[in-house]
Design a protein around this ligand. Sequence first.
Ligand code: SF4
Ligand code: SF4
Length: 323
Amino acid sequence: MLTSQDVKEYAKACGADLCGIASMDRFEGAPLQCDPRQIAPDAKSMIVLGFRILRGALRGIEEGTYFTAYAGMGYAGINFVRMPVVIWELCNAIEDAGYETVPIPNNFPWNATNVSGWVKGVEQEYDPAHTRPVAPGRAAPDVFIQLRIAAFCAGLGEIGWSKMFLTPEFGPRQRIGAIITDAPLEPDPIYAGPPMCARCMACVQQCSGSCLPADKSVKVTVAGRELEWADIDFEQCSKFFCGAAHTHNPFMCSAEDEEGFNQPVWEAQRYKMAPMYEYGRALEGASGCIRACMIHLEEQGKLKNKFEKPFRVRKPWRLERDW
Ligand code: SF4
Ligand code: SF4
C-alpha cells in the first residue's frame, strides 16, 4: 500500500525540496477551467512539489553583473529541466505501484492556454474561436492548474500579497509542480503555522513595473479559507519581469531598446536577449515579489533556510535614462 510518507520520501530523494499532498475535495468550488478534477475525474489526491530557487541565482542581478544564472538556473532550468525530470521519476514509481499519475509541470510554452491561465485574451472563460469543450459540462482544453492554489491546498504555505506562494522554508523562493493521482493518499493539513505575509508591502514598493497595487485586491475562497492578494497587473508584469524598466535593465542602451523591451510580451521576451528554453529572460530578477519579499522575511527570521550573511549588503543599483 503506497503511503503519503513513501511519496514524500521518494519525492525528496528524486530532488524535490518540498512535497505536500491535497485531497481533491479541496478544489470544490474551483472555476471549471481551473478545476483539476476536470483532468482526472477519478483522482483521489494531488501531490504538490516545490523546487527551491537558489538564493545565489539572484546574486548577479542583485549586483547588476550576471543575469544568466537566474533566467537559466533559477527560472527556465527549474521549470523545463529539473522539475519535469523529478516529476517523471516520482510518477514512474507511483505507476509502478499501480496508480495512474498525471504530471503537471509549471506551464510549458506549448500549453494551449497563456501564462495567466486563460485562453488567448479571455478572462475567466475559454475563447470559442480558439478552443471548445469536447462535451457539454466539460472544461475546454487545456485546463489550467493554478499551482499556487494547489500548493496552498497541499499545506505547503500561504499566498502572499504579491500573489507569490510563500513557504516557511524559502519564502517566495520556489517554483511549483504537481501530480494528480488516483492513489488514496493521506492529505496534509492546510498550513496553520505562523503567518508569513504581514502586508509589509515591500513587494509593492520594489516592483520595477508598479504591477502590484497596495489597495486593490482579489479575494477567493479555497478549501474553506478566504485568501486575498494584490490584483496584480499581469500584462504589465509580463513585460517588466523581462526588463521593460530602463531603471532595472542594463541591456537597454537606447530609446530603440526601450521600445523593443516594451513590445507585447512574446516579442519583448525575444528582444535583444535570446530566450532560455523558449522562455523569456527574467532580467528584472523579481525585484519586488521575490527579492524584496525574501529580504523582508529573512530579516523577520521567518525562513528555515538560513544564511550566514544577509542577502542585501550593498545599496541596490538603479539606472537612469540617458537618451
Ligand atoms: S513583500 Fe511583504 S507584503 Fe509582499 S508578499 Fe512579501 S511579506 Fe507579503
Ligand atoms: S516579477 Fe517583477 S514586475 Fe512582476 S510583479 Fe514581480 S517584481 Fe513586479
